[in-house]
Design a protein around this ligand. Structure first.
Ligand code: HEM
Length: 505
């Protein structure tokens, strides 16, 4: 080796060490040994890229070996992150030190083109104002009645007829995830602005383009978080190129669709007695701005459209290998029908849904293992020390890993990986509540999900009506778990192929 190459190698080594010391190596960090990988130049990125296709399981493995179920994610530069599956830390970030862990400028900027300043993409005063109005409305009996009415119509006129039709075609295979997504999209659009896009079993021309554009806008906005070079999306946006071109087109379709509805609604407001969220927001003073109302509505659709469908897809997949659980649910439904003089096919009332403790437990248990929002991320406003002693710096990201938390022995016991609805049932047969910091499926603290009750109404109504009427046979090899799709919600790659048989015939 000549002297010049030796010098080059030595220089490169020295440079890497200095770079590591000055830019990557964290300050006193109790959990510095527990990380997602420390490459001297690129931090945890190479490991992340290697394991991206099975990120949730890979990161769960790392978190379970850390003594406090927390590990550091190093990024080139100083803006690292912390990922945790520790309930104390989750409580610290979502409740005790809430003000220090907002959504943050980066997240808000990347999603702003699509979500604007809607509740889902706002911090501080802007968030507080929307939260106050929305919390009040989500707790009214009139909204609950409106939700019940929509679900029952959609079940009777759409979902059940679609499944009935498929059940007579013996060899027909259906993507159950797709059906659930269409149902949820129609449903949330009704609740948000009283428009039925008819994506399931109706005249698709009404809202199919809107749904497609909405899906594209969400996934392409999320794609902006994945760029290895930060800010590259801005250049693509400036030159209207590639994914940014498609994103801007999808956003304009969504915005136009929503603007038209909002304008009409504002014009006819006096005689309008609708119960949807848009009317309720128009009804509060100072909400005359179309753009603001559009942002509000889009945030609600985003929050409510993919989550319940994800939960139900995993629930039906789990049930397919647990006939004992299915039997118990059917028994519970039979008892409720017998008590209330109901026959199969009649939609359940709100009070009857509340009597379904075992079904509630079975769905909650399914979301424990397959959380619709598997990882949720915030930004750190000022340097802080987390309850386990881990240092977190200003502008670092912090994520709680709900998927890993469902698989932690120290939270759920030795049988943590087993699907066991019974763990939710107390000695009186009632479904127990869990601490939202141990079970952060619906978030926790001040930003707790507003649609939790609405989601359970929807999920229990669908599960009960489908299960008592149809046997859903999943067409995936026994013992094989569907692959995850990398998106904001936990979706199945390739969908959930099923065959449906009528139980009544
Ligand atoms: C199984 C179903 C659902 C799950 C698992 C779920 C979960 C969550 C989670 C984890 C968050 C926190 C997101 C964040 O701030 O980073 C959230 C927020 C929210 N959810 Fe849900 N959600 C569900 C259904 C719904 C439904 C049906 C609605 C109805 C519109 C809804 C409305 C909202 C709203 C408005 C927020 C924002 C709250 C705020 O920032 O103050 N969710 N949800």
């Amino acid at each position: 080796m000549d002297i010049l190459s030796l010098q080059t190698i030595l220089f490169f080594l020295l440079f890497s060490i200095c770079f590591y010391i000055f830019f990557l190596k964290p300050k006193s960090n109790k959990n510095a040994n527990y990380s997602f990988g420390i490459n001297p130049l690129l931090g945890s990125l190479p490991n992340f890229l290697c394991h991206r296709h099975h990120f949730l399981d890979w990161s769960t493995e790392i978190l379970s070996t850390s003594p406090t179920n927390t590990a550091v994610f190093y990024r080139p530069g100083k803006l690292h992150g912390v990922i945790t599956a520790n309930p104390q830390i989750v409580e610290h970030m979502l409740k005790s030190n809430f003000d220090n862990y907002p959504k943050g400028t980066r997240q808000i900027t990347l999603l702003e083109d699509f979500l604007g300043k809607g509740i889902f993409n706002a911090d501080g005063e802007l968030w507080k104002i929307q939260r106050k109005t929305a919390s009040y409305e989500f707790n009214t009996k009139s909204l609950r009645n409106f939700v019940m009415k929509n679900i029952s119509t959609e079940l009777q006129t759409r979902l059940i007829p679609v499944l009935e039709k498929v059940s007579v075609e013996t060899n027909r295979i259906l993507d159950f995830q797709d059906i659930m997504e269409r149902f949820a999209f129609d449903n949330i659009c009704k609740v948000a602005f009283n428009v039925d896009p008819c994506c399931l079993g109706g005249d698709e021309s009404v809202g199919w383009e809107f749904m497609q554009a909405f899906e594209d806008a969400s996934s392409l906005s999320l794609g902006r978080f994945m760029y290895a070079i930060r800010g590259l999306y801005k250049i693509k946006k400036f030159f209207n190129m590639g994914s940014e071109k498609k994103l801007q087109k999808s956003i304009s379709i969504v915005h136009e669709f929503a603007n038209k509805i909002i304008k009409t609604r504002m014009e006819e407001r006096n005689e309008n007695k609708d119960e949807d969220l848009l009317s309720r927001f128009i009804g509060t003073k100072n909400n005359e701005n179309i753009e603001f109302l559009r942002d509000v509505v889009i945030s609600f659709i985003l929050a409510g459209h993919d989550t319940t469908s994800s939960a139900l897809s995993w629930f039906f997949w789990l049930l397919s290998s647990r006939k004992d659980v299915e039997e118990r649910i059917l028994q519970e439904l039979e008892n409720i029908r017998a008590r209330n003089g109901k026959s199969i096919g009649e939609v359940y009332s709100f009070d009857e849904l509340r009597e379904m403790h075992y079904l509630h437990a079975a769905i909650s248990e399914s979301m424990r293992l397959y959380p619709p929002v598997p990882v949720d991320t915030k930004a750190c406003k000022e340097d802080d020390i987390l309850p386990d002693g881990t240092f977190i710096g200003k502008n670092w990201f912090i994520s709680y890993h709900a998927y890993a938390m469902g698989r932690m022995e120290n939270i759920w016991g030795k049988d943590c990986c087993e699907y066991k609805p019974e763990r939710w049932i107390d000695e009186n047969g009632i479904c127990k509540q869990e601490s939202p910091f141990k079970y952060p499926i619906f978030h926790g603290g001040l930003r707790m999900c507003l649609g939790k009750d609405m989601a359970y109404i929807q999920m229990k109504s669908i599960a009960a009506s489908v299960l008592e009427r149809f046997a859903v046979d999943v067409m995936i090899e026994k013992g094989k778990s569907p692959e995850h799709l990398f998106s904001l919600t936990l979706r199945m790659k390739g969908g959930l192929p099923v065959r449906v048989r009528d139980r009544i015939i």
